[in-house]
Ligand binder design. Structure first.
Ligand code: 7TS
Length: 408
């Protein structure tokens, strides 16, 4: 992987922030976009835009081809089997809400269980809380080990014959840990439950094969994987999607509408009411082409190298606490600096041109488990280098000295 050549393709990276060359270490919140994605969306609007699935005119069919072509690309990326198993959504949040609101509410009843973990992003936690409340099902948590990981023994203990849904993230946006999804899917299925996977942090960084993993539902966000904001997808097994009711009603999703009753189109269209996110899908398709060209295995390898290097550099700094397991992690490090609030850390780093995230990372229950109110987080992607991590480590040392002197 030629990182310099990759960096050249990301216009945003080549600027100074507060008088310093930008070091972007916040890709877990949202990744930057290569020129090919920006150009694909521009080209679409300049040459091909019209509404989809309706016009008989040429632009209408070009736009429809572009939109459906993007669906095929997502299906290919995930090895989904058939494009109709991909529903375009606004992102991971919307995709998970669709499963929780449609599937879970129709299958769960009092006495049933929905199993999640305490490392979930709010997007894979609150929809299940709500589904449990609405159906009378019990929400159960797979316990976390001291380093934040989970064990298959604990999954076996938590999932029972009453479990209807196991919803879990593939990769934690705070701990960086990669969960053993294939094995968890096997346990869920053995107990008659479905598995719903939050793929927001895995899809950008590693090869994902939903059929090999044998997951029932899988959610992703385009903006974290070099694509635009406002587009994501839900993969589902055909039999499950076919049996699910839509949760949004209106144009495009209907078959026949009468005064008091209506029927729905086949999948995926019944879940895509209204004018869809056409330009977003085009951008996501271009992002998938870009990632495939670089190679997801290469990206995965690069990020694991970055994460290991960052872990090593930061753990050598006195007063830095790192969270999450040392091994089996993707490209992010979550940390705190003794006696300095993470927001102050992020502010000082920003003054040096380094963008990181500070806060609860939409994972308040996990923050409570870590016994902190917030953390700092540096996250890496295919355009980051060891030099970026050196800049981070040097800036952290200066931050520590600055606050040390300020406090002293
Ligand atoms: N699940 C995980 C694991 C995530 O990291 C995020 C976003 C989401 C779901 C929600 O994705 P969305 O595209 O629907 O918003 N995570 C982050 C983050 O870590 N910092 O900002 C957003």
């Amino acid at each position: 992987m030629n990182i310099q050549a990759i960096r050249e393709q990301f216009p945003i990276l080549h600027q100074e922030i507060n008088g310093h060359p930008l070091v972007y270490l916040d890709s877990a919140a949202s990744s930057q976009k290569p020129r090919s994605v920006i150009d694909a969306m521009k080209r679409y609007y300049e040459l091909d835009h019209a509404n989809v699935h309706r016009g008989v005119h040429t632009l209408g069919s070009r736009a429809t081809d572009a939109y459906e072509g993007a669906r095929e690309k997502v299906a290919g990326l995930l090895n989904a089997g058939a494009p109709e198993q991909i529903i375009f959504t606004r992102g991971t949040t919307t995709a998970l809400n669709l499963v929780a609101s449609s599937y879970a509410r129709s299958v769960c009843k009092e006495g049933d269980e929905i199993v999640i973990t305490q490392m979930e992003h709010h997007s894979n936690l609150i929809p299940w809380q709500q589904a449990a409340k609405a159906t009378g099902a019990t929400l159960k948590y797979i316990p976390l080990q001291q380093d934040g990981s989970i064990t298959l023994e604990d999954v076996e203990q938590t999932v029972t014959a009453n479990t209807k849904v196991v919803a879990i993230t593939y990769v934690s946006n705070v701990l960086g840990v990669v969960n053993p999804i294939k094995e968890i899917a096997e346990i869920a299925h053995r107990n008659g439950a479905v598995i719903v996977v939050d793929g927001a942090q895995s899809t950008p960084h590693m090869k994902v094969d939903v059929r090999e993993l044998d997951v029932d539902f899988y959610a992703l966000s385009g903006h974290k994987m070099c694509g635009p904001t406002g587009i994501g997808a839900l993969y589902g097994k055909k039999s499950l999607l076919n049996a699910m009711e839509p949760i949004e009603f209106g144009g495009e999703m209907i078959d026949f509408v009468d005064l008091y009753e209506s029927t729905w189109k086949e999948i995926p269209y019944r879940f895509e009411g209204g004018t869809p996110i056409i330009a977003g899908a085009v951008g996501l398709g271009a992002a998938i082409d870009f990632l495939n060209e670089v190679g997801l295995d290469e990206i995965d390898k690069h990020e694991r190298t970055m994460a290991a290097y960052a872990y090593e550099r930061l753990s050598a700094l006195e007063g830095v606490t790192l969270y999450g397991p040392k091994e089996n992690r993707v490209g992010l490090v979550t940390f705190n600096l003794d006696d300095v609030h993470p927001h102050d850390v992020a502010t000082v780093l920003d003054s040096k041109g380094i963008a990181i995230r500070a806060g609860h990372h939409c994972a308040q229950p996990l923050m409570r488990w870590l016994k902190v109110s917030a953390t700092a987080r540096a996250s890496f992607y295919l355009y980051n280098t060891e030099a970026d991590i050196d800049r981070l480590a040097d800036a952290l040392l200066q931050t520590k000295e600055f606050f040390g002197h300020a406090i002293g």
